[in-house]
Design a protein around this ligand. Sequence first.
Ligand SMILES: [Zn+2]
Length: 278
Amino acid sequence: MKQYVITVLLGALLLLAGCSGRDGLSSSSHVSSEDKISDFTESSEPIESTASQEESKPESLAPQESSNGPSASAENPSNGVNSDATVIDPEDNWQLMLINKQNILPEGYTPKTAEVAGMPIDERVAPFLKEFMNAAAENGINLSVISGYRRYSTSERLYNNKVAEYVSQGYSKAEAELEAGKWIAPPGTSEHNAGVSADLMTYHYFQGMPMNEEMGKLEEYKWLAEHCAEYGFILRYPADKEDITGIHYEPWHFRYVGEKAAREIMSQGVCLEEYLNS
Ligand SMILES: [Zn+2]
């Protein structure tokens, strides 16, 4: 009996430790990513019906709207974007356009979109994304799109909120912008602003799995990485290319580049920056 009580107590303690450990993981700072916070809100914006379930997470992380400083990304070139960044022409070879903090979209760029699984995405990408998702489904992988096209203004709001949050913690404006940029892509620097990328989630995410590198260990994401090129997509932010892309490993973020380039990029194990510079 005594032994039983001890066992039960031990079990309860382990359970408690497990729970707190898991919470610690989901909110830990090392899961910084381009999508981590932003996508929850992004995805809710265009689709009203999903707003209630997704709006809560970012709001708890971001400061109140009222504490938001003046929105000035267009006027202030230091607003998270490299001061010598090039403004790209999205219609010039759109499949291979490079979008990052050095190569930015024109302010307010708005692609024509079509919906895939309820989320807007560049209409030229939509049929390929459907094919990719259908193929995954045939292999038992049911996917949801939690972020496709993201409005420039949404990126701007999220980014400014994050900057304000750091400023309120005592960071200087410049430091705040630097830190915020590690979490949220400044407006114009995200592929989501062009609608050429999709963040694909399996049921694990809806069961509470945090968006971090651990997702890449799931069989589902291994399959996606292995087959995405057949449908014209690449894993845009690979694990071993963080120094080049400036973005943490994102097993869920797939960029459409067309089948030929996708096959070359994925088989060579390079990232888009390397591919375009070679
Ligand atoms: Zn993404």
